[in-house]
Write a protein that binds this ligand. Sequence first.
Ligand code: ATP
Length: 258
Amino acid sequence: MEKQPVVSLRGLKKSYGRDLILKGIDLDVYAGEIIGYIGPNGAGKSTTLKILIGMLPDFVGEAKVLGYDIREDALEVKKRIGYVPENAMLYEVLTPMEYLLFIGRLHKMEDELTERRALELLEIFGLKTHADVRMNTFSKGMRQKVLLISGLIHNPDVIFLDEPLSGLDANAVILVKEVLAKLKAAGKTIFYSSHIMDVVEKISDRIVIINQGTIIANGTFEELKAQAQSGSLELIFQGLTGDNENSHRAEDFLQALK
Ligand SMILES: Nc1ncnc2c1ncn2[C@@H]1O[C@H](COP(=O)(O)OP(=O)(O)OP(=O)(O)O)[C@@H](O)[C@H]1O
């Protein structure tokens, strides 16, 4: 039997006003894959993710998650996915426990189960003693940890991560990398968007590069390396997105300060 993709995009287009942001994305992601979805600022990564989680229904083309059409069955999709956004309004007057209980209820989880999982996950991230402290006193990294937990607490099969390491210290980055590897081993599918190239290079089964709303590369790191004849994802990215001017630009920057 032919393998069905977990995420499937066909001719995906999205405009904001007159600006065509996504110009026809075709992409299949299969169960147990970690897809690294990378591209320059403004390329359309977050827009793709927001369409996939049902936040932006106004698009052209076809988008399916776990076989559900996102326009027709957004609720079925939302039940089965986890999403860690680039930046979120954490309800800062709440404590992590209050916030996670709220998220758990949205997923129709029993409070008892949410509380147990929340305490365990907060402890793993070194935040157990802060479970009942209001988040308005939290550092950026502490908030990011709560955001990560909130995207995973219902144990979703498909996980969408938008710059999930933002603000995390080196130990937390290693922990998240390990957690992603274990989630993958447990059969979860992970759609991972980030600018931190060395992590994308290490964790992704397949890397998809998007530039100005179009996919310009799609393959394993080894395949991209062979195509680009470059040694690191950073160099491949620089080559493919046409930006080799950084050292001149840095010089211009200093000149402009004189
Ligand atoms: N709500 C909006 N209204 C109008 N334009 C928008 C909106 N959201 C995004 N855009 C535009 O769409 C383009 C793609 O944005 P998107 O956030 O998807 O980029 P990205 O690849 O995630 O970038 P970054 O790496 O900077 O996060 C940008 O030009 C952005 O200005």
